[in-house]
Design a protein around this ligand. Structure first.
Ligand code: GLY
Ligand code: MN
Ligand code: MN
Length: 442
């Protein structure tokens, strides 16, 4: 494919599409298929209404076509032929019909606008289809639906991010960071959760339905609810803490960034714990390198979290004893991080190179990445420390109660918790913090 007369970024995008063409040809041959349909998906309609739930197109579709909001559309992949992109664009006076994209990447496709939701015809004999559709639809198409070995290979192909994908992730980080700066300023000026959320959206130039995930904006105790989902309009009397976990998408690729700030009402203990967590976060980012088993890095987080809680007087036992007794898992029940890409929790993180499952350890069921790090993986590093009553109360009543200073826990509880999250690309020798890169590139 000629990449003349396009920008460097467009050229990288076309290289990405060339690589996909080649990889799919190999995977289809290995799976015994001559052609593959990829369906972008169907929005879920609300009962008896013409409104639908927020829609996100199928990840493998977006890997090819950077149109994460495009529904009812199809890709047809045939080795040796240009991929066919059929865009659903019916005549419609209620909505603005989709248009033919004219970005440089579109030259890699044969593009058709169609008022049909049905797939483009394909004469190939051995056909497969992937996406969110049911067995009857696949049968009517004469295609094998979601073949597991093919999906495992395609998921694995999304684990490592090429130059185009990393550039998109940096752009997404840059725009998301502008939102985080605005959120911090709104917090400092005494805004409510809702107004902080709106400040984030405005500064990161996006509408709510195009966020990669619902932003988490928690003041005070709400910072301890891992996926806190409300936006209170009232301003709390005391401003102790704010946790914002919010992202942005660039050509389908997601940023996933978390920041925590202490407010004027925060106790000194929370302020110093936050500073220690920031140092721990930086150490964990710096530890990312090829050959590092992510499960081990996750264990390191627990060990260092235990030490940190001991230093601050919250725990009164050895770090080993705290980790072994599950105390740190009560303070941080989520994983250290996950693969990041077209999906915030991207695919391929819990399987080996041959597609065999790599389940998380029984002690860490929420860990979404169980592989050893290799160059060009992009992961989040997001240690946390929370006061979650549901997890701590059983310890208060149990044999471990004496190992925890409950007075200090009570002092921290009104601040909810701390999470710090950056997006990190693994390089040949170490790591590249894409969130810091984005902060420095304007
Ligand atoms: N924003 C969801 C997560 O950090 O995994
Ligand atoms: Mn994350
Ligand atoms: Mn996050």
């Amino acid at each position: 494919m000629s990449v003349a007369s396009v920008s460097d970024r467009d050229a990288l995008h076309l290289v990405h599409l060339d690589a996909l063409q080649q990889a799919y040809a190999e995977h289809l041959e290995a799976a015994g298929h001559d052609a593959l349909w990829i369906y972008s998906g169907t929005p879920r309609q609300h009962y008896a209404d013409d409104q639908a739930a927020t829609f996100r197109a199928y990840g493998h579709f977006v890997h090819w076509a950077p149109l994460p909001e495009l529904s009812h559309s199809w890709l047809l992949i045939r080795p040796g032929q240009r991929p066919l992109l059929q865009i659903h664009a019916p005549d419609d006076f209620w909505h603005l019909p989709a248009r033919c994209p004219d970005a440089a990447w579109s030259q890699a496709f044969e593009i058709r606008l169609s008022d049909e939701m049905t797939p483009p015809a394909c004469p190939a004999r051995r056909r497969a289809v992937i996406g969110d559709l049911d067995a009857e639809q696949a049968e009517a198409m004469g295609a094998t639906l979601n073949p597991p070995a093919l999906l495992a290979a395609l998921d694995h192909g999304r684990l490592h991010k090429n130059a185009h994908e990393q550039a998109c992730l940096i752009d997404a980080n840059r725009t998301a960071l502008a939102g985080h700066v605005a959120a911090q300023q709104a917090f400092e000026s005494g805004a409510s959760e809702l107004d902080i959320h709106l400040a984030y959206l405005a500064a990161s130039r996006q509408r709510e339905s195009s966020l990669p995930y619902d932003s988490i904006v928690g003041l005070n105790r709400h910072a301890g609810v891992l996926h806190y989902q409300h936006y209170e309009q009232a301003v709390p009397v005391e401003r102790r803490s704010l946790l914002v976990d919010a992202g942005q998408r660039e050509l389908g690729y997601c940023a996933d960034i978390t920041r925590t700030w202490a407010g004027p009402g925060a106790p000194d203990l929370f302020v110093s714990l936050l500073a220690s967590m920031q140092t721990l976060h930086q150490r964990l980012v710096a530890a990312c390198a090829p050959g590092v088993a992510f499960v081990e890095l996750h264990r390191q987080m627990h060990h260092e979290l235990a030490q940190l809680l001991i230093e601050h007087g919250v725990l009164r036992c050895s770090a080993e004893a705290a980790v072994d007794a599950g105390l740190t898992r009560a303070f941080c029940p989520h994983g250290l991080g996950h693969s990041l890409g077209i999906q915030v929790h991207d695919v391929g993180g819990r399987q080996d190179d041959d597609g065999a499952p790599l389940p998380p350890p029984a002690s860490d069921p929420a860990l979404r990445l169980t592989r050893t790090l290799t160059p060009n993986m992009v992961v989040t590093i997001e240690p946390g420390c929370y006061v979650i009553p549901m997890l701590l109360e059983p310890l208060r009543r149990g044999a471990e109660a004496a190992q925890i200073d409950w007075t200090l826990v009570e002092r921290l509880a009104p601040c909810g918790g701390i999470r710090l999250e950056d997006n990190v690309a693994i390089t040949a020798t170490g790591q590249h913090n894409l969130t810091e890169v984005a902060d420095n590139v304007h």
